[in-house]
Each structure stands twice: as C-alpha cells, then as structure tokens.
Ligand binder design. Structure first.
Ligand code: FE2
Length: 318
C-alpha cells in the first residue's frame, strides 16, 4: 500500500474542556474546529488536522490515521477484502473518504488521501502558543507479537525498518518502522497489546522541549511529566513524555535523522544496552513499560488485549 506518512490520531477523552486546556492551553496546538463534544487540532507546520478529540464515557483510541497517495484507498480496500478484515468507509471534517479497518493484530487503522487544506501558519510566529508543536511525527503501539507485526507491516504495508532491539537469542523486542523518511511513523513495543503506547509531535529544537517542561512546571502540572527531558539512544531524538488528563501518553520529540536512502541499513540495539532508552543512562519509570491506552473496534467496543509472549522483567521489556 502506498502509505505516505502518519496522518492523525483520534482519541476518546472523558472531559473535552479539560483535554483542550491541556492540548490547546498548555501545549499550544491550534484548535481548528469545535463541534459540540468533538475538537480538531493541528500543529503549526501542518496543513491538515492531526488530532481529533471526542468526549466519551472512557479514554480510548479510535483510529491510527495514515495519509496515503491517490491509489491508496483502492489498495487498502483490496487488502481488507483479501484478508477478510473488518472495514468501512467514513467521512469526517474536511476528509470525504476515510477507510477504517481493523488490521490482523487488532490495530484500528484509518487511511485517507483527500483532505481540505488549512491556511499555512508556519511563519505566523506571533500566533504560536506553548512550546510550538509543529507536526505529528509518529505513533508507538504495544504488541504481544512484535516480530510478527514488524514482518507484516514491512511485507503487506511497505514500511521500512530503521532500528530494532534484539536480545542475545535473536528475539525482537521492539522495532521502529517508517514511510516518510525519518526514524519512524510507527513503532512496535513489546507488551500487553494491542494498545497505544504513545503518540509524538515534532518540536523545532531541544529548547522547545525544555520550554514545554517549564510550562508544565509553571502551571503546577509536574505530575503530568512522566519521563525526561532526555535524549534517546534509539532514534537519537530529544524527548519529553507527558500524560494527558486521561492518561494518554504524548511525546514531544525532535532531532532524529534521515532514513530516505532505499538501502538505509537498520540499526540493531542489544536489549542489554541501557543507552538505547536514554543515551545518558537515566532510568525509565515503571509506568512507562506497563501503561497504555485501549483501542476501539469499528463498533466502538474496546479491543481485547493479550499478554506478551516474551518474558522479562519490566525494566528490560523495551
Ligand atoms: Fe516515540
């Protein structure tokens, strides 16, 4: 399938006002449309909305959205029919055709091509708020079968592997896969799944990451800072992980690297190398290995999860 890049995320939240106070008020995402209990937001570089929040009875993730090229929807439909995947066509604000389906691992994917373009605001610097989130960069999902999912996403969906974590027995514990030419559009992380681990927005530089931490601290919201700021070994990116008012995990991310060469070799990390998670050796909190957001099926019901088949103490899981 001709997937171009990660495109959007659709979250269920319990209190839309509280979520907007976080995503718009503190992080500064632009609120582009509000329809009752639904809100659409984007970063300053984006020409299409990238985050949809819907007020709902419990927190969950309704869709992992990917932009495809003009042939992508037909290819996606053919794939769904061939594999017998639950699927349907929907429309949304500014997006007349979205193919929603549940993939063989239970991930609720959504593919779209046509999208109404929003005005360019990248250089409207006087309108920037918060740390200045620019664009959705990637999704990271828990999987109880990382090796199988990684292979499938490469073979069926055309993703390319940029980095991976392996133990001494050659078992795959995590993988980073891309379409757009940086380290990832989606990553698979060993653990109870399918669940969302986090989604990440790209920031202009490391100072913006520090500014985000200052903003959370100034607002007396340090309890929502889960991990960082720091630099990952994997991806080389600077990061800060936050938990939104419903516990959804959002990463602020910058400064990874290009992977556009068709023969770009994947980078292997040993499970026993502590620099892979944080290059500087900081320990990662336990919640980061265990907690995630449930997915919804096409009917809006939580998708059942399975425990990982790989054994290991939590600190060695990812
Ligand atoms: Fe990430």
């Amino acid at each position: 399938m001709a997937i171009v890049r990660v495109g959007f995320l659709e979250l269920w939240v319990r209190d839309l006002e509280r979520s907007l106070e976080f995503y718009q008020g503190l992080l500064g995402l632009r609120l582009e449309r509000r329809e009752g209990h639904v809100a659409y937001l984007r970063g300053y570089e984006e020409l299409e909305w990238s985050l949809k929040l819907t007020q709902a009875p419990f927190p969950a993730v309704r869709a992992l959205g990917f932009k495809v090229d003009s042939e992508g929807l037909e290819q996606g439909l053919a794939w769904a029919r061939q594999e017998g995947l639950p699927h349907r066509l929907e429309s949304d604000w500014g997006r007349p055709e979205i193919l929603r389906l549940q993939d063989p691992f239970g991930y609720p994917l959504a593919f779209y091509f046509r999208a109404e373009k929003l005005p360019r605001v990248l250089q409207n610097y006087h309108e920037y708020r918060g740390p200045g989130l620019l664009r959705l960069d990637h999704l990271n999902v828990f999987s109880p079968e990382v090796a199988k999912a990684t292979r499938y996403y490469q073979e069926a969906l055309g993703f390319r592997l940029s980095e991976y974590t392996e133990d001494e027995e050659g078992r795959l514990w995590a993988s980073w896969l891309h379409r757009k030419g940086n380290v990832h559009d989606i990553a698979f992380t060993n653990g109870e799944g399918p669940r969302l681990h986090h989604f990440a927005y790209w920031l202009p530089d490391a100072m913006a990451i520090l500014r985000a931490a200052d903003i959370l601290a100034g607002a007396m919201r340090t309890d929502q800072i889960e991990r960082g700021p720091g630099r990952h070994g994997i991806s080389n990116a600077m990061f800060l992980y936050l938990r939104d008012p419903d516990g959804h995990r959002v990463e602020l991310y910058t400064s990874d690297y290009l992977t556009v060469d068709p023969d770009h070799p994947p980078l292997r990390w040993s499970l026993s190398d502590p620099r892979r998670q944080t290059l500087w050796g900081h320990r990662t909190p336990r919640s980061w290995f265990l907690e995630g957001s449930p997915f919804l099926d096409l009917e809006g019901r939580p998708i059942p999860t399975r425990a990982s088949g790989l054994e290991g103490i939590p600190e060695h899981v990812i």
